[in-house]
Design a protein. Structure first.
Length: 366
């Protein structure tokens, strides 16, 4: 008999924003096929269509305070209360920032599993009180008798070393994709192989500024395409957009799956600047699309990319040198691309990920 499972803490599905949303969608639709009743809690305002169901999942909309500091926790509190008052067997909650709220579901006898995400308190967008709150919330999570999920061995080791708490390692996933319709690039003024791509939220720890500065020194007719942005523009985003290099294309958020596929599969190379914690969905997407990837040299990226990825230090000089190498060694990129796809096929398959979630959620609901 299938479980009734509430997914709480993401913005909702269809996935239009980040890793939690994609995770909820990819796992949720596969658990539906396995006979489970999946309810995805969505933030009002993020889905203009306001679908009631998607890929067999029931979508439940609840409001949130539209503020960087309070949006996640306000929506989670309301969603947990609703889930607690209905016939859910287990709540899968994303984001350790929500750990102080889990008592709401547990008070009503609901089982809870919490996804730890990355080391949010190390991200540049959370400074001062925000950073301290995230660290406190993660510490609080480790003291609760609820199963914790880490999607990275490095994060799992961190929780073991710093918090003396074991977590369940369940990897993230990514598809293997090929180009189908390169003509979709025309709307951006791009041609296959004619650009270097970076997809990221425009936040300091993703080093988009470093990419722009290193690219400025390259003598190349290839373009630099930046896909992404933030929900809350600030000084950092405004500084990025002050760039006057005509080769730099700010593509904004791209939500259409077909367009994203073509941007990834037709890129000459992909830059992954993220440095703060966990298995990054964008890196896996790029590898599954067969990109030649140049990534920040941090343990989280090395865990995923292995020897299939070229790594750079956090300075303009090293990134510039690695970019020049990629531009000058096109014949050697084929091996990087195939190696990246092989890693995704072997270690980051969504079906295997969904099966692991099913085992843990089933055990947690017993």
């Amino acid at each position: 008999m299938g479980l009734k499972i509430a997914f709480i803490g993401s913005r909702g599905v269809p996935a239009h924003y980040g890793g939690f949303e994609t995770c909820a969608e990819e796992i949720g639709k596969r658990l539906v096929r396995r006979g489970h009743d999946i309810r995805i809690y969505c933030r009002s305002g993020y889905n203009a269509q306001r679908l009631q169901a998607y890929e067999g999942m029931k979508l439940i909309y609840r409001p949130a305070i539209h503020s960087r500091a309070f949006e996640t926790v306000s929506h989670t509190a309301i969603s947990l209360l609703h889930a607690a008052l209905h016939d859910n067997d287990v709540c899968l909650v994303f984001n350790p920032a929500n750990s102080p709220l889990l008592w709401i579901a547990r008070l009503f006898g609901k089982r809870v599993v919490l996804h730890t995400d990355g080391l949010e308190w190390e991200r540049g967008k959370w400074r001062g009180l925000g950073s301290r709150y995230f660290k406190w919330a993660a510490t609080h999570a480790t003291r609760l008798s609820v199963p914790l999920i880490s999607d990275s061995r490095e994060i799992q080791n961190y929780y073991r070393r710093v918090f003396n708490r074991e977590t369940h390692f369940i990897a993230y996933g990514a598809p293997i994709v090929e180009s189908r319709d390169p003509s979709l690039l025309a709307s951006f003024g791009l041609t296959p192989g004619g650009y270097i791509l970076q997809m990221a939220r425009f936040e300091p720890e993703n080093n988009v500024h470093l990419t722009i500065e290193a690219f400025a020194d390259l003598a190349t007719d290839k373009k630099l395409v930046l896909v992404g942005g933030t929900a809350y523009d600030g000084d950092y985003v405004r500084r990025l957009r002050e760039n006057r290099d005509a080769r730099v294309v700010f593509a904004g958020f791209v939500y259409e799956p077909d367009v994203l596929r073509e941007l990834l599969t037709n890129a000459y190379a992909y830059i992954h600047g993220n440095e703060a914690g966990g298995t990054n969905p964008g890196l896996l997407q790029a590898m599954g699309a067969g990109c030649a990837v140049l990534a920040r040299d941090v343990s989280f990226n090395q865990e995923v990319g292995g020897e299939a990825v070229l790594y750079y230090a956090k300075n303009i000089g090293d990134l510039g040198r690695k970019l020049r190498w990629i531009l000058d060694h096109s014949a050697e990129l084929a091996g990087m691309k195939e190696g990246a796809r092989r890693i995704v096929r072997e270690r980051y398959d969504w079906e295997a990920v969904a099966e692991a979630y099913e085992r843990l959620l089933t055990a947690s609901s017993a």
